[in-house]
Design a protein around this ligand. Structure first.
Ligand SMILES: [Zn+2]
Length: 287
């Protein structure tokens, strides 16, 4: 099998055994894409409770493996409106049990399992989302095929998509961010946390998504601010960064203008997520 017959083609993986008599293995993954739909971009109390921006988390489709992240209030409505079918979900992942992240987790478990008639899908959440006060109703806890507890430094797998929870965040409840690896891309998502030294070291990836709630750091509020996001983006230097989960101060200051300024300051492409934005990671491939 000559190399010339199979030049490097995007979307085609070639595994060479380098042994006489054994042909190379060509796996055609053409047509598979990694897509993130931002169901909502609201963060913290007021933007969520007033619904100045939508809330509801993100719908990940990594090569056909559909995963729901942080189903906050509005998730069911916004996903159904976009014809995203919860019965196709392989997993629901919860970063932490705050209401703006888990408000719709029960109804989404019910939707994923078709009312509990089909025991399917997995749920991943921190231990304190089940005990002492469960945010998943006890009667629903047997609906998914498995409930997995997240903990610091562990890796998990959902049908060929792996993800890690590299470090426990500083937040009033047990909270993790995520590092996803698909056969095509690496994506890190820094969820709610107070800034801490070394935070960025855990989240190197091609695409970096950061929950940025505050315009400026505020004492006693365990959330990231714009100057801290600038530092993190500048240290990680991903191909592209997306900011989301906006609090009131950012919403007023226009997130897209903040993103533009962050791009100028860091030299990294930064965009602000918008409600309903569908981001195709193929956009990173030429960068
Ligand atoms: Zn939170």
């Amino acid at each position: 099998m000559g190399r010339a017959r199979f030049p490097d083609i995007p979307g085609v993986l070639r595994l060479s055994l380098n042994m006489p008599g054994f042909a190379d293995i060509i796996i055609n993954v053409e047509g598979l894409s990694d897509i993130i739909v931002f169901l909502g971009t609201a963060g913290a109390r007021f933007v969520v409770t007033k619904q100045f921006l939508a809330s509801g988390g993100a719908w990940l489709n990594f090569g056909g493996i559909e995963i729901l992240l942080d189903p906050g209030p509005g998730c069911l409505v916004h996903s159904a409106k976009r014809k995203l079918d919860a019965a196709k979900l392989k997993a629901i992942i919860l970063s932490h049990k705050h209401l703006d992240h888990c408000g719709d987790i029960n109804v989404m478990i019910e939707a994923m399992t078709e009312g509990g008639w089909k025991q399917r899908g997995e749920v991943f959440l921190p231990a304190d989302a089940l005990e002492p006060e469960a945010v998943v109703f006890p009667y629903l806890q047997n609906y998914p095929r498995k409930i997995n507890l997240l903990s610091q430094g562990k890796s998990y797998s959902i049908e060929g998509i792996s993800f890690q929870t590299p470090v426990r965040h500083i937040h009033p409840v047990e909270t993790y961010g995520f590092l996803f690896q698909t056969p095509r891309h690496t994506i890190s998502w820094i969820t709610d946390t107070r800034y801490f030294d070394g935070l960025s070291h855990h989240y190197a990836a091609e695409l970096l998504i950061v929950n940025v709630v505050l315009l400026e750091p505020r004492d006693g509020v365990d959330h990231l601010s714009v100057p801290e996001a600038r530092e993190i983006i500048g240290e990680i230097r991903p191909k592209l960064a997306i900011i989301t989960h906006f609090g009131m101060s950012i919403w007023r200051a226009k997130p897209w203008e903040i993103a533009q300024k962050l791009s100028q300051d860091t030299g990294v492409d930064v965009i602000a997520a918008r409600d309903g934005m569908k981001f195709d990671l193929a956009r990173l491939d030429g960068l």
